[in-house]
Design a protein around this ligand. Structure first.
Ligand code: RM4
Ligand code: MN
Ligand code: MN
Length: 396
């Protein structure tokens, strides 16, 4: 690998930061059941401790996404405690995620619920979440809605759209000047006939309607099978509307599998669009990269380390594309030449250069190996086993 290529890798690694989800360290499962792990985090403190361990070994995960219902039992009054614990474990609060889908009231929706009292309650929860984010100096409030319907004719789609427009606008009015409202979309599940924010067009419309600080959040698992996600990314970048990412991989739907486990080339292509945008415009894309995975079979901390490592590898590969050459090939319609630039970059083994970067930072070459030798897993398994054998926490 030449000096130019190594330089690009160093720059890419210095730039990439990945947010860990607190819920990814707790016991979760599928709607068919949960397999309890002795080492799973049972409290917010344990989640932050596990996230801190991933950050200690990789140095690229300084923030943790938090779910309000699960991590702030006393709402805004819990922020002092969360701040203290984050500091103790060497991480910071990242995006704040309201929970608008788990309470009984939300059976027929939150912002789209026909009952005005439920809509108001949902709005108040979002307002509290914005306040929590403000107290923790978190920039992003990530909104994901389970709202939708299961049977034709049972919901007024246009009316619900109007409620979403109004309420997101009202939520936007609560933001501090530096905060962002991120609007996530998902085509189906848990609603199977219609989902109120089903795709990026709907999310884009609602974000624009809400105000200048609202952007779209792309979750890689929230698309139909053949959809070209990198094209959506390119369009949102071009509109200045890509606010964040939820990383995971999928084979069928919202499978929440480990990033790059099924289709690493797709993640590479997404990173390529982002890096090409940055190169062409000369400005950072300013995207919050977050992991949204919940592993019920793999060890949770190991799965996070695997994800972070994979994200780094694919990001570095994408950084190797010769953009000047690519644009020349594109303008001459040299199809094979242009495509090869991507394929060659994807085929490059970037691991030795990543190891070197880690060594230079005093980090272990191989964070997974270092984790396995650290004794951390054995210690927490012992400490948490009894609690985990009794409790089944979190969502399916
Ligand atoms: C959804 C979506 C959200 C996540 C919830 C729990 O499918 O991906 O981002 O917060 O799951
Ligand atoms: Mn998500
Ligand atoms: Mn999801």
């Amino acid at each position: 690998m030449g000096a130019l290529q190594s330089d690009r890798i160093v720059r890419a690694l210095d730039q990439l930061r990945i947010e860990l989800p607190s819920w990814g360290f707790a016991n979760t499962g599928t709607r068919f059941g949960k397999f309890i792990q002795a080492a799973a985090a049972t409290t917010t403190e344990e989640k932050l401790s596990d996230a801190g361990e991933v950050h200690r070994l990789t140095a690229v995960c300084p923030t943790v996404a938090l779910h309000v219902l699960w991590d702030f039992p006393q709402g805004a009054a819990s922020t002092g405690e969360v701040r203290k614990l984050s500091q103790r474990y060497g991480v910071r609060a990242g995006s704040i995620n309201p929970n608008l889908f788990q309470d009984q009231e939300y059976k027929f929706g939150s912002f789209g619920n026909p009952d005005p009292a439920v809509r108001r309650r949902a709005f108040e929860h979002v307002r509290d979440s914005i306040e929590i984010a403000r107290r923790l100096e978190s920039r992003d409030i990530s909104l994901w809605f389970a709202d939708g319907s299961n049977y034709p004719g049972t919901a007024n789609i246009r009316q619900r759209k109007r409620w979403f427009e109004e309420m997101l606008r009202a939520a936007h009015a609560e933001l501090s000047p530096t905060q962002h409202l991120l609007v996530e979309y998902k085509p189906f599940e848990p609603a199977f006939y219609h989902t109120d924010i089903a795709d990026w067009g709907m999310a884009l419309h609602l974000a624009r309607h809400a105000g200048a600080q609202a952007k779209v959040l792309v979750d890689t698992g929230h698309h139909y099978a053949a959809q070209n996600i990198e094209q959506i990314v390119a369009w949102l970048l071009s509109e200045g509307m890509l606010g964040g990412f939820h990383f995971n991989d999928r084979r069928y739907a919202d499978d929440d599998l480990t990033l790059g486990s099924i289709d690493p080339y797709q993640v590479f292509r997404i990173f390529h669009e982002i890096l090409l945008y940055e190169w062409e415009t000369g400005k950072p894309a300013d995207i919050a990269y977050m992991i949204d995975q919940s592993h019920n079979l793999k060890g949770k901390i190991e799965a996070m380390i695997q994800t972070v490592t994979m994200a780094q590898e694919l990001y570095c590969k994408a950084a190797l594309v010769d953009y000047g050459e690519l644009l020349r090939s594109q303008s001459h319609c040299d199809l094979v030449g242009a495509e090869s630039l991507l394929q060659d970059a994807f085929a490059t083994d970037v691991r030795p250069a990543i190891h070197e970067w880690r060594r230079a930072k005093g980090l272990p070459d191989n964070p997974m190996e270092a984790f396995r030798q650290s004794g951390y897993l054995e210690r927490i398994s012992k400490e948490r086993a009894a609690r985990n054998s009794q409790s089944v926490s979190s969502y399916a």
